[in-house]
Design a protein around this ligand. Structure first.
Ligand SMILES: C[S@@+](CC[C@H](N)C(=O)[O-])C[C@H]1O[C@@H](n2cnc3c(N)ncnc32)[C@H](O)[C@@H]1O
Length: 238
């Protein structure tokens, strides 16, 4: 497939990188996802933004199939920016549907197109996965993305138990975490000076907070990557 079939060819994963990341992502996140889903009193709903070619999602589905206690169903919604991206995801994930895990057809979602979000808004996804994406979109697009996790409509997140998981390379506390990340940041900015590693504390957490999401856990991952889990502030049950 030629690059021109994609809306944002320069934002797609480098060949092989998604494959390399998918095992550590699944090994780390599947136990967490299973734990969270077990606390939900109905079928669980998982959304991914910018699914790429569906490699991470496929690894997660396979991991969940092993972990899931099958007490409830999980519905998964992949998304990509254009029809070609969606076709790639569907090709990889269609065969993974099972009795307890239903993977919907990939939804065409460009973060900056308000109308693309409308079909996703509803009773709320329990988890939204954002893997390797916030560094490769303009910061304005990152801001637009986080707006859809707030309590205003159209929000896509479960307003009381919703979570987002960001995975990728980030800056922290105002500095780069490694020489590799520094080089990656230069590479991203050469592609487009609106791209670049985001700082967890100064770029992302303020946006999360505006949507009542708070940093719950930060997990060190291979190759200098990090998984960041932000959860909705628990409602007082007193
Ligand atoms: C670096 S890739 C990461 C793909 C996958 N999540 C992974 O970890 O391998 C970034 C993805 O975000 C998608 N993307 C970029 N800009 C987008 C936008 N404005 N709306 C929706 N998706 C976008 C691209 O099409 C691309 O597949």
């Amino acid at each position: 497939m030629t690059d021109s079939a994609y809306k944002f060819p320069e934002r797609r994963s480098q060949s092989g990188s998604a494959e390399r990341n998918s095992k550590p992502i699944a090994d780390t996140l599947c136990p967490l996802l299973s734990k969270w889903f077990s606390t939900i009193q109905r079928d669980a709903r998982l959304l991914e933004i910018g699914s790429g070619e569906g490699e991470q999602l496929a690894a997660i589905v396979k991991g969940l199939q092993q972990k899931n206690d099958h007490s409830h169903k999980i519905t998964i919604q992949p998304t990509e920016a254009d029809p070609q991206g969606c076709e790639d995801v569907d090709k990889r994930c269609n065969d993974l549907n099972s009795e307890h895990i239903c993977i919907n057809a990939c939804h065409c979602l460009d973060i900056d197109r308000e109308e693309d979000w409308k079909l996703l808004a509803g009773d709320g996804f329990d988890v939204v996965m954002l893997f390797n994406i916030v560094h490769i979109i303009p910061f304005l697009t990152v801001q637009n993305l986080f707006k859809h996790f707030g309590n205003q409509s159209p929000s896509v997140l479960n307003p009381t138990q919703g979570r987002i998981i960001l995975y990728g390379a980030f800056d922290e506390e105002g500095k780069t975490r490694s020489e590799g990340n520094e080089k990656f940041d230069v590479y991203l900015k050469q592609k487009d000076n609106r791209f670049g590693l985001r700082n967890i504390q100064t770029d992302l957490e303020p946006l999360a907070k505006q949507s009542s999401l708070f940093l719950e856990e930060k997990i060190e991952m291979p190759s200098g990557n990090v998984s960041v889990d932000d959860a909705k502030e628990n409602e007082c049950e007193c």
